[in-house]
Design a protein around this ligand. Sequence first.
Ligand code: NAD
Ligand code: GLY
Length: 364
Amino acid sequence: MKHVIVSTPGKRYDIIVEKKSFAQFPLILQSLTAGPVVLITDANVHAIYGRQLAARLQSTGRQILVQIIPPGESSKTLQQCEQLYSALIENHVSRDAVIVALGGGVVGDLAGFIAATYMRGIRLIQIPTTLLAQVDSSVGGKVGVNHTLGKNLIGAFYHPDKVLIDPEVLQTLDEREWRAGLAEVVKYAFIQDTELLRLLENEMTTILQQRDADALEEIIARCCEIKADIVQQDEREEGVRAWLNFGHTIGHALEAATGFNYYCHGEAVGRGMMGALHLSTALTGLQADELQRALALIRMLNPPPVPKNISLEEIMARLLQDKKRRSSGQTWVLLNHLGAVLLQDNISDALTRMAVEQACQDLY
Ligand code: NAD
Ligand code: GLY
């Protein structure tokens, strides 16, 4: 069992990383509150985990309202929020209730936003069930929904009261989501932790095949520690929190150019990291052997190729759109070395193009 504490000026909470902890949740909840529970989950996760959790909470006499959303990014909308607010109001959910977000990043971001805004904020517990959500989205307080004009444009910083991570729930995750989550794990190793990098290099084949809960407890807790440390230094992303966006500049452009329904987030980040690594070698001190080491690890995760009907120009256009949206310009997260980040502005269009080409061409 691992405990990670997140301590920000406004909130201190703990992340429990422990195999079989999901089964302990009703007991853990008892120590936190006797109040009513709103369980928000998606239809897939409800079928595997939500139904049994709701039944167990009900059997302890707990008042519980279950809200099931359709799976996928299309649920992260203000319309879905409106439906959830209505359900909460109609069911007289009061300020002493706690929202339990059971699911991947979509459920966590949406339910977190509901918790942040319903009656000006009620308590929130995150039980992330994808690897991406366990190592990234459930930690650090970014919650929100998409707007038709862009992803994650409506939101808040709102930390949970607790995060409960059980690596055993990852056994039911499909292969693509599993590999996509591992890309985010690899990202932490690249930006901060050469020891984790060596472990991943040595063990990736086994990790990919076995999803061993003991090994995952260590790896997930390490990623949460890195994220907690960064968030504690820079809660509002005014500085070092941007490091977490390594691979995301090109990754977001790939997701946007493919309509947000082709890539899993982590897959696009995997390709984005390939581009950012090449850019690092061109611009910073990242050595050719470090580049090859890093690329080899990403290749093991096999991020899908860019579809043939998506041109380089379309991806470049998305990058420029993103650049225009930011008054401060586009800051790239690059690596000086494996484990050491450098933020860089004003990268020429020619170099950007080279990075996008590399991200697209690799693994064809
Ligand atoms: P997701 O929530 O859509 O989950 C992926 C799929 O896996 C879904 O179909 C879901 O039903 C299914 N699933 C979840 N857990 C399962 C399990 N244990 N077994 C079987 N199936 C399971 O996707 P995601 O990758 O977890 O999250 C992506 C979202 O996270 C995006 O909206 C992204 O913007 C957001 N995100 C937020 C942050 C943040 O800091 N808030 C960080 C990164 C990503
Ligand atoms: N996922 C990036 C962040 O939380 O800042």
